[in-house]
Design a binder for this molecule. Structure first.
Ligand code: ZN
Length: 241
């Protein structure tokens, strides 16, 4: 049995990351689906942890913004300000490291993409229509994505795409159908559950389990205020949106 811990959208929130690590305990390996930095007050600490511990590391759109400032013009004002702050916080070496990362990886018949296999950095899979495009863009039966900050599951059973409700703490069998799975966000959940999200994937049993864990949101918010980042980025952590 190989227990893979899957993390996405940490977004510089070390308080949330620490809670996830403590709650998860030991993993055989850890995969990170990108957006390690951006929004949150501790991008360098989160990046250092990911580099040390993760077997696969993808780059997300906010990681991309750290080395490609021009994309920030497509961000909303708060995200743009956070991206500029984040770039100033990171060393040249850290920015070069982010630039070196892929946004799409295929491993052991599993596809990992930050946003979607159809467009690894920018597309949002928020509906069955989005999922249909994504299912057409990868081989094999299983794809993990992040980017939306919403824990989600889509299945493709004979071209019938449907969204499967996410139930925390209960193994979901991946047998028989094709799946696109989003673990949700460690550092900035947007599914109205402010708890940090992560996922277990068991490649042998072919199951996944979504997990949520409370963390010290107030501590993360104080760091956001102290950094001079937009208040909204702190407030939304309490709301999970
Ligand atoms: Zn993100």
């Amino acid at each position: 049995m190989t227990r893979t811990l899957i993390l996405s959208d940490i977004h510089g929130n070390k308080d949330a990351l620490d809670a996830v690590i403590a709650d998860a305990g030991s993993a055989d390996r850890i995969w990170c689906l990108g957006d390690i930095v951006g929004y949150g007050p501790e991008p360098a600490a989160c990046l250092a942890w990911v580099r040390e511990h993760c077997e696969i590391i993808l780059s997300g759109n906010h990681d991309y913004a750290a080395f490609e400032p021009s994309v920030v013009r497509d961000f909303n004002p708060n995200a743009a300000r956070a991206a500029e702050w984040t770039r100033a916080e990171l060393s040249m070496e850290e920015i070069a490291y982010l630039r070196s990362l892929p946004s799409l990886v295929a491993v052991e018949g599993v596809t990992l993409a930050h946003a979607s296999p159809a467009d690894p950095i920018w597309t949002y899979i928020l509906s069955v229509v989005d999922a249909r495009d994504a299912f057409g863009a990868f081989d094999g039966a299983l794809c993990f994505v992040g980017h939306t900050h919403v824990a989600a599951c889509y299945t493709d059973a004979d071209a019938m795409i449907s969204r499967v409700p996410v139930v925390n703490d209960e193994p979901l069998s991946l047998a028989g159908e094709r799946f696109i799975i989003n673990p949700g966000s460690v550092g900035q959940p947007r599914d109205r559950d402010p708890r940090a999200a992560y996922l277990w994937y068991d490649a042998d049993a072919r199951t996944v389990v979504w997990k949520r864990v409370t963390y010290d949101i107030a501590a993360a918010q104080l760091k956001i205020f102290a950094a001079g980042l937009p208040d909204r980025l702190a407030n939304r952590l309490s709301l999970g949106q």
